[in-house]
Design a protein around this ligand. Structure first.
Ligand code: IDP
Ligand code: MG
Length: 138
């Protein structure tokens, strides 16, 4: 079983989309292995988005992800990393197909509702950045 980190970002939490996002993964047959609401510190946000540190939008990204609570979860299942990414839709929601999370609920690249790990390496790193081993119950 593969595990991946998903965040419902502050825009998704404000729009009351936590349940909608979780329900889509559950209906697909993926498992919620861990789940919590949290307010990221600036340091946690910078660590999470370290790969984007040199990008022009990094400051905006850190400000946005710390602008309110996120719902953090570990989603597990066969090919969970790729399955979640496909269900999220493309990074820019304007290109995301209807039926995907971003394609159904977002228009702005800066506020695109969800984060999902993009590889086995980043999933392992991100899951351990957000959850202690004893918080992952499945
Ligand atoms: P991903 O979330 O689809 O994996 P990444 O390229 O890892 O996309 O970028 C991380 C996040 O940074 C995106 O989800 C998006 O919210 C934001 N982002 C990416 N590119 C831009 C941009 O050009 N301007 C503003 N925000 C961006
Ligand atoms: Mg990414």
């Amino acid at each position: 079983m593969q595990k991946t980190l998903v965040l419902v970002k502050p825009d998704g939490v404000k729009k009351s989309l936590i349940g909608e996002v979780v329900a889509r993964f559950e209906r697909r047959g993926l498992k919620v292995c861990a789940l919590k609401l949290m307010q990221l510190t600036e340091a946690q946000a910078k660590a999470h988005y370290a790969e984007h540190a040199e990008k022009p939008f990094f400051g905006e990204l850190v400000d946005f992800i710390t602008s309110g609570p996120v719902a953090a979860m570990v989603i597990g299942g066969e090919n969970a990393i790729k399955a979640v990414r496909t269900m999220m839709g493309t990074t820019n929601p304007v290109d995301a197909v209807p039926g995907s999370i971003r394609g159904d609920y977002a228009l702005s690249i800066a506020e695109n509702i969800v984060h999902g790990s993009d590889s086995e390496e980043s999933a392992a790193k991100e899951v351990s950045n957000f959850f202690k081993p004893d918080e992952i119950l499945f």
